[in-house]
Design a protein around this ligand. Sequence first.
Ligand code: AMP
Ligand code: ZN
Length: 480
Amino acid sequence: MEIQLQNSLTRKNAPFTPISPGHVGMYSCGPTVYWFAHIGNMRAFLFSDVLRRTFEYNGLDVTLVMNVTDVGHLVGDVDDGEDKMIVAMLREGKSGYQIAEFYAQAFFSDLAALNIKPAAVYPRATDHIPEQIEMIQSLERKGFTYRTSDGIYFDTAKLPSYGRLSGQKSEDKMAGARVDMAEKLNATDFALWKFSPEDAEREMEWESPWGIGFPGWHIECSAMSKKYLGLPFDIHTGGIDHIPVHHENELAQAMGADGVLEANVWMHNDFMTFDGGKMSKSLGNVYTISNLVEKGFDPVAYRYFVLGSHYRSKLNFTWEAMEGAQNALNKLRNIVREYPGTTPNPSLQKEGRRNDEIPSPFKGEGQGEVFASRFLAAINDDLNTPAALAVVWDLIHDATIDDATKAATLLRFDDVLGLRISDYLGKPVEVPADVAKLVQLREEARAEKNWSESDRLRDAIAAKGFSVKDSPQGTKISLA
Ligand code: AMP
Ligand code: ZN
């Protein structure tokens, strides 16, 4: 079945065809490690994870590359302001490398907490200075660069196709935006190499053919994606804020230096807002995954929350919505705890793969087939995760399907959803002794028709995080 994806270059959905059959090369712009990634940033990484998992579900191998920006990303994306890393160095009194290492590790632990599959490689900008210099030299040879007093710039007027991603030409930018032209020839021109300030020493600076300095933000992604994936590669992802500047400029660099599109398909997630507005430190509403954990949420519930909206829709974060996601996930987990544990049914297992074939995606079995085909149609329709979650609940609520089929089918759906269903499937809740005692007392109270005592005990059990449900088979205990 075809995977339909929306390409930001065309703003249309089209069937995806990998450059090499059976394999997808994917580059996702990673974090700038000067601070903790906030939950809005994590939406971008969850989107790229679901995309990667969707390819794998369809039987494609994926090589995912995600950069870690540890130099050159200025406070303003348009070559203005201080380097974000320098801001952090001044704030924390540490070296740039210490800051980068600390926040990169925090980022990796957030990825793990959200069950985001690791990339094949996380290249750092500071480890790839020669590659970036080489690409700038190649642009220089082809006549795309010029020198100002503060750096080497890309002359966007020399590239007729400039603006193909954002649809924004340099004249439009001139009209609308506050662009500090300095010595730039065109408003859309951008720095490839910045010279170190003469009066101050920078920790992160390197020799180059143009003088001591550091690379611009965009060249790192072009140089590193080329090194690890080759040009062109299949998919490039990021948040929509990257379209007008960062990705437009990456595209221009690859086109200028190598005469090819950097990636065939460019995909962008829309933004997450907070209570309908922007998340910003000054408003005090920038939250991290650790902040969610401090408030008692499971990071996977945040994953569930994000899956509940299409990646190209705006998503508004509220604490009520977060609680709703946590409750839905708890409910799902409580349900699968009651399903039989996995005695893998061979026909529902992942099939082995011969070298010369692309295996077909999971088809389901028996009555599970209808749901498997609905699920596949949903995710292959430009990652319609809300529809995919609806299939999960429809399957759970279908009274005609046995629990073993439901269990096996859900496990395969979870290859895409990543809700850690296997950690819960067929694993009854472990009830601590004090709660078990309260449950026993409650059963005795019920037998004596002492309803007020039974209600009191129900509340006491709830206060310990458990809930009881009375059924003809006896009392069922689950996590509240
Ligand atoms: P940065 O570290 O600023 O380069 O951002 C990392 C990723 O998060 C990029 O792909 C951004 O486009 C994305 N991003 C930033 N803010 C948000 C937000 N509020 N909602 C969704 N994605 C975001
Ligand atoms: Zn990038």
